[in-house]
Ligand binder design. Structure first.
Ligand code: MLT
Length: 399
């Protein structure tokens, strides 16, 4: 028996596990201190009432023989039509028409971003931005693929563009970006789509944060760009859009126009899902189906406005302190330059120990993240305000 030795090439632990462990150790050593976490992008607002009502109704249906549901419908890889129709409706509002069998319901973007790699040979070269959401790198390290990095930095606003000298087959893009909060314009996405088509490459487009876009000049879906259906797969999630981090539901769009080596990737993905996945629970799917109803959009909009207000407060605090940052405008993440020339982990320790505030060290997202730090706007308004007042006192006082 041989293990998959590629796992030995991974870092010891997943970034957020390391942050969690360090925070827990600090709390254990200082039990009286209130530590505020603005680190992992986990939501704090409760589910929207319309979602809760839909879930309650679904629970009631599960309690009666006549309305009980077992496995989901296999026609759409266990996605219920009500949910698929609501996803299609949300795309239609962005001017994108989809067929029902192009929408695959998942338990969240993270799983599918990893699982999709089943469709691709390990011989493909992968291009990821640096800094990057660690899942894109780690899942490819596990598979033993060659990974190239495109440099994101202050010079390009943390939005790297294609380099025609770099030969990539699988390209990861995330916009609005995790971790940097930067968002590609339509023109920039057009460039990426052109590059992918020239190379016959595939873009894996992570749109988990699209609902945070307030600037109408930014694309909410890669399919708003002409030609993208022939070169891109899009991953979306209800986690940040509708507070489903603990519920688990998302959707992945694999267009039927996406064909490589004469083979439809939509068919391959359907085959993969029907073999390795049994779908998302009926109760969860009915809750998710309520998200894009008229009332749902209004209610989740209130939660998103709440987080946006946190992002605004964080940005204003950094403005007052004269600290450089990106994000926070069309994104729940604020990516800041560590003050006093500190490294990312030095700043992490400094904030944890002196202000009892936890963020995420930029270097955990890649080499180019060194010297940067990520804060999230997903905390409660009260705790965010308290964290900011501590940060302002600490850094303002030391300047
Ligand atoms: C993050 O903090 O980067 C996200 O919460 C991670 C995730 O969505 O998996």
């Amino acid at each position: 028996m041989k293990i998959n030795r590629n796992f030995l090439n991974l870092k010891d632990s997943y970034l957020f596990a390391t942050v969690g462990r360090k925070t827990a150790a600090y709390k254990a050593a200082h039990p009286g201190r209130e530590v505020i976490r603005l680190s992992i992008g986990d939501v704090t607002r409760p589910l929207a009432p319309v979602v809760i009502e839909a879930m309650h109704r679904a629970v009631d249906e599960m309690s009666r023989t006549e309305t009980f549901k077992g496995y989901g419908p296999d026609q759409y890889c266990y996605g219920y039509e009500r949910l698929i129709d609501s996803v299609k409706g949300s795309y239609a509002r962005k001017g994108v028409a989809l067929d029902s069998d192009e929408v695959f319901i998942s338990d969240g973007a993270k799983s599918d971003l990893g699982n999709i790699l089943d469709l691709f040979s390990v011989d493909n070269t992968v291009l990821v931005p640096d800094p990057v959401y660690p899942v894109y790198v780690d899942t490819n390290v596990m598979a033993g693929r060659r990974i190239l990095f495109s440099d994101a930095n202050e010079g390009n606003g943390f939005l790297p563009m294609p380099d025609r000298l770099v030969g990539a087959d699988i390209i990861y893009l995330c916009s609005p970006n995790n971790p940097t909060g930067a968002a590609y314009s339509r023109d920039q996405l057009r460039e990426w789509v052109r590059y992918a088509r020239e190379r016959d490459a595939i873009i894996l487009y992570d749109a988990a944060y699209e609902y945070f876009i307030s600037d109408p000049s930014l694309a909410r879906s890669i399919y708003e760009i002409e030609g993208a259906k022939e070169c891109a797969i899009e991953f979306c999630s209800y986690s940040k859009t509708a507070g489903f981090t603990g519920v688990r539901c998302g959707y992945t769009i694999v267009p039927k126009a996406l064909v490589r080596e004469g083979t439809s990737l939509n068919r391959l993905w359907a085959r993969r899902q029907s073999t390795k996945f049994n779908g998302v629970s009926y109760i969860t799917q009915m809750g998710a189906a309520a998200v894009f109803s008229e009332e749902g959009v209004r209610e989740i909009g209130e939660n998103i406005a709440y987080y946006r207000e946190n992002a605004r407060a964080i940005s204003e605090c950094l403005d007052r302190l004269g600290i450089w940052y990106t994000g926070g405008k069309n994104s729940p993440y604020i990516w800041l330059k560590c003050p006093f020339g500190m490294t990312s982990w030095q700043f992490f320790d400094y904030l944890l120990e002196e202000a009892n505030v936890v963020g995420t060290p930029g270097s955990g997202f890649g080499r180019n993240g060194e010297g940067y730090f990520r804060l999230t706007a997903f905390g409660t308004a009260e705790k965010t305000r308290e964290a900011l007042s501590r940060i302002e006192k600490l850094i303002g006082g030391a300047q």
